[in-house]
Write a protein that binds this ligand. Structure first.
Ligand code: HPA
Length: 247
């Protein structure tokens, strides 16, 4: 079964033939909402909107541990595709662009970020050299190519704390660090998936130029973001549908 974690702009999947909803409790508290089970084509899918069904949970308050635990341990998901909106830092990643990142730099803080949190379990360190699963990334890129949709196939995702957007100087520094896109939810989601040894990849829609870049030079205008995101998430859906149609 494939888990899809939906982000801003993707709070439901029209192509998902829903069979049931399930409220799940975990040792880490409640996930963002009931899990939505169903099928896309022949593929069993479990869907969870990261910010809750009413989009009320801000990035720093998402219970990432409960979400991952619910999807993997309770629902039995074997792989996870994360959908997220991001700001574009690199010059070619303008609003509307789709991106499958290959690396992460984590700037978040104060988020419960591990299942290995002391107690009875022995100390464990996961390898996180390549934070995303190579094979799952490849399937996303192949699905995009098959339906003729352009996707940037490599980018460094900078995960910020939010919920405020960044300053222009922060984005400058992130660019110097090597970040290509910026978002608020990529971590600790990716490392928790790795802790559960579950392949995880992300497909991101660039909603806006990051602070200080492009038309966000002086200010980020929210009115325009919504329309860009809706259209871009339509393309993300098409890609995921195709990925699910593949054997
Ligand atoms: N910064 C951080 N997260 C985001 C942005 C941004 O500019 N756009 C969408 N998610």
């Amino acid at each position: 079964m494939l888990a899809i974690i939906g982000g801003s702009g993707l709070t439901q999947l029209a192509s998902l033939e829903i069979s049931r909803h399930e409220v799940v409790r975990t040792p880490y508290g409640e996930p963002s909402g009931p899990l939505v089970f169903g099928r896309i084509g022949a593929h069993e899918v479990v869907f969870l909107p990261r910010h809750g069904h009413g989009h009320t949970i801000p990035p720093h308050r998402v219970n990432y541990r409960a979400n991952l635990w619910a999807l993997v341990k309770a629902a039995g998901a074997r792989e996870i595709i994360s959908v997220a909106s991001v700001g574009g830092i690199r010059a070619d990643l303008s609003p509307g662009t789709l991106v499958v990142p290959h690396q992460i730099i984590d700037y978040t803080y104060g988020r419960p970020q591990t299942f290995f949190d002391g107690g009875e379990a022995p100390v464990a360190h996961i390898d996180f050299t390549e934070p995303y699963d190579a094979a799952l990334r490849e399937r996303l890129l192949c699905a995009a190519e098959a339906v003729g949709l352009a996707v940037a196939g490599a980018a460094v995702y900078g995960a910020t704390q939010g919920p405020r957007l960044e300053t222009a100087a922060e984005i400058e520094r992130m660019a110097r660090d090597g970040c290509d896109i910026v978002g608020m939810t990529g971590m600790p989601e990716a490392s928790l998936a790795r802790e559960l040894a579950t392949p995880y990849a992300a497909i991101c829609a660039v909603a806006n130029w990051a602070a200080g870049r492009g038309d966000s030079r002086h200010l980020i205008r929210f009115e325009e973001i919504e329309a860009v995101l809706q259209e871009a998430m339509g393309r993300v859906r098409t890609i995921i549908e195709h990925l699910c149609a593949a054997p």
